[in-house]
Design a binder for this molecule. Sequence first.
Ligand code: FAD
Length: 562
Amino acid sequence: MAHAVVIGSGAGASVAAMVLAESHWDVTILEKGPNYFTNLTEALPTTLFSNDELKHDRHFAKADPDEEPRVYRSSSTDPEPYTGLVQSLPQTVGGGTVHWDAKTPRYWDIDFSKRSMLGPQPGASVIDWPATYQEMAPYYEEIETLIGVAGDVDALPAEPTLAHAPRTGPLPMPGGPPMYASLVAAGGCTALGFHPFQVPMAINSRNYDGRPACNDCGFCSGYGCPIVARVGALAPLRRALVAGAELRPMSTVTDIHVSGRRARAVTYLDEGGNPHRQSADLVVLGAGAIESARLALVADLPDPHRVAGHFVMFHWFTDASGIFLSERLHAHRGRALTHDMDDFADPDFPGAAAAAKVAGLPYLRGGTVELGGSEFPLDEAAVYQELLGLVAPDKPFGSAFKQLMRASLLRDRLCGITLVGEDLPYYSNVVDLDPSLRDWRGVPVPRITYGPGTHEITAQAFYMPKLRAILQAAGADVVTVISELPSDRFPISSGSVPDTEHVMGGMRMGVDPRASVTDGTGRHHHLDNLVVSDGSLFPTSGGHNPTLTIMAMALRNARLWP
Ligand SMILES: Cc1cc2nc3c(=O)[nH]c(=O)nc-3n(C[C@H](O)[C@H](O)[C@H](O)COP(=O)(O)OP(=O)(O)OC[C@H]3O[C@@H](n4cnc5c(N)ncnc54)[C@H](O)[C@@H]3O)c2cc1C
């Protein structure tokens, strides 16, 4: 039996492992992180998660920045590179989908055919995907059924997704209970003539596939689900294991051995740092966008046109927060949020074309707007403790602290909304290897150089006031707007390091080997038996949360392999 080694067990890798194992490949899955589940072959795996808010900031899921830092620069001339956590996705069995909040919108037709439908953008390398939306629609439907997406298709706005290839039936479950804060923000959208809707989410709203309905505990985004109402990549992983795949957690691949046009084996380190060599007839690189590019560079995979690591994309997020003094919104309960608004994802949004023209751009695109959400209790407490520590360093807690927690401006009275803006693929946005820094295993750490272009700066400036207007129309007493893009190039910023957790590109698909790393199925242009299966394949970033598309593309590609 031919042997496939799958590197990673996240969104893209698990789908590839499932297809290969069910096609009678002997599959070994090498996953860097620990396994927080037992009996993964059961419909309802046993999880070691509780309401793990105390673990949130203790590197429970993400890398310890002292052991495995990354380096970030806003440009190649950035005088002060940052070293620490940069776009770190959880490193566990199941990858990023163990701690995600599972919003699962589909991409639009223009996302797959951007170059054909919208044309080029100056300075960016906008290319079409290898499949159109119509070709992707059946794969979307299969993944929605596999991971259990809840929502009402009829309530979605008449986006290109529905107009061009409607589902053949309803989503597997109705949507979960709407959150009040999401409804309040949606009310602000409606008052301004926009079109909010309940966003499909891969969280059970009723018993599905042997797993229970979400109990709205509130610790969703960033937390492992204690009742496994949210399953993500564990669903395809389960099928892979049932079909005979072997999962080896705490196994970090550090090298891929190549001769001629073939990958022959990988080296991985076990928990104790002991090296092992695993031979392979097929190597599937699914370590997530940054780590896949890093491995390709560490292993020195053939790259005659120096494309590997380039065109990395993160989405630009712009957050607006409204404080409602007269009522409690309790947005910290329930799912992360329940509603979205897609008007800003449409390049035909009124005024966008004119704003683009002024900036010398052919078009302008924002992205979806997530409606509702606030701080978790411990995060709120940390802010108050820090504030009080400034005025009374000896009394950061005490009655003032309790009063602030009871008033709860940042948790119970806050409604946050986030614009998930499309960032275009720029060659200068790149993952390479830091020339001097190595992680505790001795492997060079990834260095990420990422900054916005004219498109992103113009789009953010155009949409930012509209976010403020939504919250004002919703009745907020105080509104702030901040961006998660590097501060030196943007009007306002919440930090200097990108941390959007949407990580795409670096090993992108394409027909032209001079401008892409893999062909249209994720197969390496210069290696016949090395394929990529994760977010690194994205040629463009779209204006929506990427993971449903990562999984649907992985499914399509794996079905087209040998
Ligand atoms: C808090 C949070 C909320 C999110 N919410 C959403 C959301 O609502 N909707 C959405 O679409 N997306 C969301 N995301 C993003 C989502 O998690 C990612 O898009 C997705 O997981 C990326 O899939 P991937 O296959 O590219 O990589 P991953 O899922 O990150 O999988 C990569 C795997 O490879 C492993 N690995 C890395 N290096 C090695 C190595 N050298 N050897 C072996 N294994 C290795 C990693 O440990 C990991 O398990 C969220 C993420 C977070 C953290």
